[in-house]
Design a protein around this ligand. Sequence first.
Ligand code: NI
Length: 208
Amino acid sequence: MSPAARRAIVILVVGLVALGMVLAGVWYFRGGNDEIRSGQVAVGGGGDIGGPFSLLDAGGRRVTEQDFAGRYLLVYFGFTHCVDACPLSLLSMTQALDRLPPAVAAKIQPLFITVDPRRDDAAQIGLYLENFHPSFVGLTGSEPEIAAAAKAYRAVYQTPEPDANGDYQVQHGTVIYLMGPDGRFLQHFPHTVPAGDLAAALQKVVGD
Ligand code: NI
């Protein structure tokens, strides 16, 4: 083997090791983040999660909790640029609703409330939700309106400074909340809940 070829192999191996370390670092960081996220959301005590909100739907109409009175709500706080928890959660919610008998699914209103109103205007949320269940209602609002809604649900979030490209990932709680027709908190699910488990739980609570 020529010295040049040997050098090329060494460079390749060093490169692969470096790549592996970067990937391991990313994996570890993501895992650590998830722990922080699930640890941030205090759930318990039952009665005091949820409450009034006043937000805008994807058509720009003003919407409050009153508009959903009498229906079960599946509520999730997230943002459309999210690269991990949000797509998982919304996909699981979508697949769970698809698995339910239509009459049961029709009693459940899934809500996606952005924690990134700076980027998630009504149009952006509307486009994003085209990827998920057609019954989803996406909600945005001013920063104080979003903060008030999140506070009512004890959903924490933190928006970091944008990077050089203007990108940022909002750190946020990833709980899926099930609210009763009277607006009361019933149950919560982690964003990692398998669609089948979520469907079974919904069937049990909502089904005839
Ligand atoms: Ni997310």
